[in-house]
Design a protein around this ligand. Structure first.
Ligand code: TRP
Ligand code: ZN
Ligand code: CA
Length: 449
């Protein structure tokens, strides 16, 4: 293990930077990982939240898309080829729709433009960043579905699960898809090199997923940062799946770019061109004397070159790693804070929009991904009404459109993913009555964080 200074230290060296602070180590030891918490009172220690199951069907749906992209772009998704850029655009589109802050980082290699995609989940302590990444480029000889559509799709689906679950880790989560790994870890080295020393020091863990659905799979865990390694090994052990330490070319994937900068790393791998031994076939099944991935770097690395069980287990383990490392034991923002405006505002019949403000103070960071908007509007024909929530920066969230609903009042609670909005500031409920003859008023409304 190389430290930041490049000095070799024994595993037990007390100086070494490790991914988990004493707090989480304590939580792990206390077995708190198995409990799930929804709310916590201010000032108490929150148990960590268990990761959700990652549906392997969703991961495979991303792989189908990557396969189609390769098929319609000359059979590959290699650096400098149109299939690579199309892969970036596919993943970015999913993340943007889910509320991530994405950016594409460009670099040049071999005379062609390459791209990294970085996706930040708003919130968490940006001084303590947990990253998960995968290389998105294939070799030019094939579509690269196991290498490395598998890692790319599982990292994507884990990021989407973070958004779906409204996960609010106390550390900051960042996901990445690297370009030009196959040309020598070019994209990830470019990213790490582009960070200031301060920003590099803020990354507490980098998790790498390169080939996690090999058709004749092994279950390999990177032997780097011991705390990260333990998170993964324990996950497999709890499910009765034996693991081995990854030895098929240490430093042959993007984690090396981070490790060389002194950042704690870990990852998962199901094997490439190396041959499965009889002992390995004994414990994992599959075929001894055959490569873990006989289609490694070839044209047959297609959608049929995937073992679904391996992809499923590794995707779930990936999510477990992100959830475990993302949660410290510090206090999450208080939940259940309610802000209400009970002043009546009359809504002109078939007229222009009216607004009722609520001023939110005393909260830090962004609004939740499941902001509760309680609305109480008294009206004689609610189908006339269009209702929007307006965030402090003016962004509008449509709560209800007009329709033929002849019922009267609107007394309900809407859930809004407001995780890209700053919580503090003036929010507004905007209501417009589009049609003449029925009318009413805003009786009250409230925001619950
Ligand atoms: N990174 C290699 C590739 O993309 C595959 C590989 C070989 C690998 N050995 C590894 C990945 C060990 C992770 C760990 O071609
Ligand atoms: Zn490869
Ligand atoms: Ca009306």
């Amino acid at each position: 293990m190389l430290t930041r200074a490049g000095r070799r230290l024994p595993r037990s060296a007390p100086l070494r930077r490790t991914a988990l602070g004493a707090g989480l180590a304590g939580a792990l030891a206390a077995g708190l990982l198995t409990s799930s918490a929804t709310t916590a009172a201010a000032g108490t220690t929150a148990p960590t939240v268990a990761a959700p199951d990652i549906p392997v069907a969703n991961v495979k749906a991303h792989l189908s898309q990557l396969q189609s992209i390769a098929t319609s772009n000359g059979g590959n998704r290699a650096h400098g080829r149109p299939g690579y850029r199309a892969s970036i655009d596919y993943i970015k589109g999913k993340l943007d729709a889910a509320g991530f802050t994405t950016s594409i980082q460009q670099f040049t290699s071999g005379g062609a433009t390459g791209y990294n995609l970085i996706a930040d989940w708003p919130g968490g302590d940006t001084g303590r960043v947990v990253m998960a990444g995968a290389h998105l480029d294939s070799v030019s000889s094939g579509p690269g579905i196991n290498d490395n559509g598998s890692g790319s799709a599982a990292v994507l689906e884990t990021a989407l699960a973070v958004a779906r679950e409204g996960y609010r880790p106390d550390r900051h989560l960042r996901f990445a898809w690297w370009g030009a790994e196959e040309l020598g870890l070019v994209g990830s080295r470019h990213y790490v090199g582009s960070l200031s020393a301060t920003d590099r020091s803020r990354i507490g863990a980098y998790l790498n997923f390169d080939m996690i659905g090999s058709p004749n799979p092994g279950y390999f865990v990177y032997d780097d940062d011991p705390a990260i390694e333990k998170v993964f090994k324990d996950w497999f052990a709890a499910r009765g799946v034996p693991t081995e330490i990854e030895t098929e070319g240490d430093g042959r994937s993007d984690h090396a770019s981070f490790k060389n900068a002194g950042i704690p790393v870990g990852g998962l791998f199901t094997g490439a061109g190396r041959t499965k031994t009889a002992a390995q076939a004994q414990k994992w099944g599959g075929t001894a004397g055959r490569a873990f991935d006989p289609c490694y770097h070839s044209s047959c690395d297609t959608l049929s070159n995937i073992n679904d069980t391996a992809l499923d287990r590794n995707s779930d383990a990936l999510a477990h790693g992100v959830w475990t490392l993302g949660s410290g034991t510090t206090t999450p923002p208080p939940t259940g804070d309610t802000f209400e405006n009970t002043t009546d505002v009359s809504i002109p019949d078939g007229g222009s929009a009216v607004e009722s403000p609520i001023s939110v103070t005393g909260r830090s960071g962004n609004a939740p991904s499941a902001l509760q908007v309680g609305v109480d509007i008294r009206h004689t024909y609610r189908g006339d009404l269009v209702i929007d929530l307006i965030a402090p920066d003016g962004s509008a969230y449509r709560l209800k459109g007009s329709n033929n609903d002849s019922g009267d009042d609107v007394i309900t609670t809407y859930t809004v993913n407001a995780s890209t909005e700053t919580a503090n500031g003036t929010w507004k409920l905007r209501v417009r009555d589009l049609y003449r003859s029925d009318s009413g008023y805003i009786n009250s409304w409230k925001l619950t964080f």
